[in-house]
Design a protein around this ligand. Sequence first.
Ligand code: PEP
Ligand code: MG
Length: 617
Amino acid sequence: MSKNEATPGVAQAEAEAHAATARSVEAGGFERRLSGLAIGPGVAVGPVFGTREAPAEITRARISAADIEAECARLDAAVTLSRKQIGKLRARLAVLPEDSQAELAPLLDAYVQMLGPSRLLRGARRRISEGLRSAEQAVTDEADGIATALVAASPDDPDAGGRRADEVREIARRLVRNLTRAPFRSFAGLPAGAVLVAEWLTPADAALIDPARVAAVATEEGGLDGHTAIMLRALGIPTVLGVMGLTAHMEPGRLAVVDGTAGVVVLEPSAATLAQARRAVTAFARRQQRWARLRRLPAVTRCGTEVALQANMELPAELPLVAQSGAHGVGLLRSEFLFMNREDLPDERAQTEIYTTIVEAMEGDPVTIRVLDWGGEKEIEALTAAGVGAAVGDANPALGLRGIRMLLRHPDLLTTQFAAILRSAGAGPVRVMLPMVTNMAEVREARAIYHRTAETLRAARVKLPDPLPPLGAMVEVPAAALTADGLATVADFFAIGSNDLTMYTLAADRGDTEAVDIYNPIHPAVLQLIAAIVAAGAHHGIDVSLCGEMAANARLTPLLLGLGLRSLSMNTTAVPRVKQAVRSARLADCQALTAAILRESEPDAVAAQLQAFHDRV
Ligand code: PEP
Ligand code: MG
């Protein structure tokens, strides 16, 4: 059964979309095939739901005269951001076929013009200063006024008037989204089995998606290992990100095929494409069933070496997937996702409840809880509202206060989280992990807070394990990797965050479509750092695991085993494939492969070695 056939109401929505597509084909329409990044494996067919349709919420309250200047400054900031976004789209036009370029370029030019000294912006500023309207209301009202006038001014050519009115409304919507910083994201009204299409989704948006309702996701923005990609993979949704030209060409309600394995989106597919896609849906489901049979088999190489395969988790909703995957425990709980999409911060009690539920569900398998890794691309509105966000939002958020850096500036947050984790440790084995560690001092300081928190709890007669659960460090900043020998003397274990390690080593944003050619976890520089971290861990006798997206790529399993890793943590859907790779591996072959790869200096040469290895075995 295809993913979306399992959802009630889908058949009808699909039938309607099918009829609409058939009409368009009769009317001379043709399918449009767009390519992007293969993020979440699987194929799905469904009607397009464009998030740009959802209106942003705008408060109608008047501002005070004292706020005029600040309101105009907000508008200016939203204009700058919008210009930047459109500039990015413009720069990527070159990847499209010529006819698409010819279609889109004038549209983007019109947008850019409206973001200059235009009637829209002049009018919006006047509405702010004279009408005391909020910036979002001023923009919306002004755009509505202009759009109505444009239609009225073209009685002989209503299509042209309507088109120009749509352009004005579209740019106003973008401005409002950027003003509210709550881009689109009420997924209310999304029909079951729909293909969700958006220009971009934040990690918090992705966390709101219900995999039982959404057949597939496709967006224009996004990189290979950004947190949006990670969240969508975790939910097991067929996903293609970085699809240039997608929103301009989509027709809400019409059918689309998303092939998350190949990285292809087909809008308004032909009958032949549809039939092929449906066969692919069935084939994928069969493959999943075959993988599922591996669940109970051990992850042991052909020569008898055991490998620990654990799950990465973001939300408690993923618990059933962990159980189905055959993973033994949670190697990375990205706790920041528990803080997203809520108005207030979860207090100690709420956090304790969540962690305890997860620990209990693992039935004795360990759970590694990473304390808040907030910052960078991850937006947590409740933290911003609590004033913690004052220091973020800098020009380079990924290089600013992320992870442990932010927590040490807000020890109250860290204390609450440590306390909740320690309370949950009564329910089963727990490990505590610090993100974005750069210096040994950060670990020492965090450990002092950890012990103080434990003393306070013990004084309140809370029974805690003795010794306390291990306190380890993510190694994901090159500086930490290069000083791993020292870090291993203060951390109880290491978890290699290959996503950030790749990003910071190669200076290439993991979530940026533009940087995908450079962002490459098998770059020799990254591999050398991983080898150094593993060696430092072995030298000091501490456990080293790898929990970045590399761990989920079964093609890389021999390389990681050859590097000495015996513990990998990954999204649940990848566990069976990686287990299969472990069970097919011979350690001596893996070590020979890795030795050869570590002699290379170019990513292409590493890729060639890998290819040759897979061709041989
Ligand atoms: C990593 O950086 O590889 C990692 C596992 O952490 P995150 O993806 O949450 O940044
Ligand atoms: Mg990381």
